[in-house]
Write a protein that binds this ligand. Sequence first.
Ligand SMILES: Nc1ncnc2[nH]cnc12
Length: 175
Amino acid sequence: METYPIAIGGVTRHVPLIEPLPGRRIPLVEFLGDPELVRAAAEALKPLVPSDTEILFTTETSPIPLTHVLAEALGLPYVVARRRRRPYMEDPIIQEVETLTLGVGEVLWLDRRFAEKLLNQKVTLVSDVVASGETMKAMERVVLRAGGHVVGRVAAFRQGNPSLEVVTVAELPVL
Ligand SMILES: Nc1ncnc2[nH]cnc12
């Protein structure tokens, strides 16, 4: 399989090049199962999180370890939006995502007991890769609908030109 070198915080990985849509090849970032890469990215992101942040907000799945390590380093709690409905969810916030970066339509689900943690809180959104920006936009909608305030948006990697302002550490090419 063809690979591409990505680097963040002094750590390099040779990751698969995938073609989610014809004619558009992207390096596939994967934080799951890679504590060294997660730690390097979290260290690099830490100073970029606004200092008035009270809670972090992310989505399944790859950004979870990154957000966990970042939350620990900052001493902050975090909340995770799911990408599927879970049977135990009560009165969840359901938010559509208009994303085609990975070739799939998405929906974010946030159980009410976690939505309540965002109420009146200053929230920073955390992602692994921001490409179109549509996932971040949907995350922002979830926070607003939960009664929180977005004070920051951070992602480890930027790819192309996201449609909203996001602070990132490193750049990924679209090949
Ligand atoms: N290149 C990428 N790797 C992993 N997740 C992504 N989400 C959007 N772009 C991605």
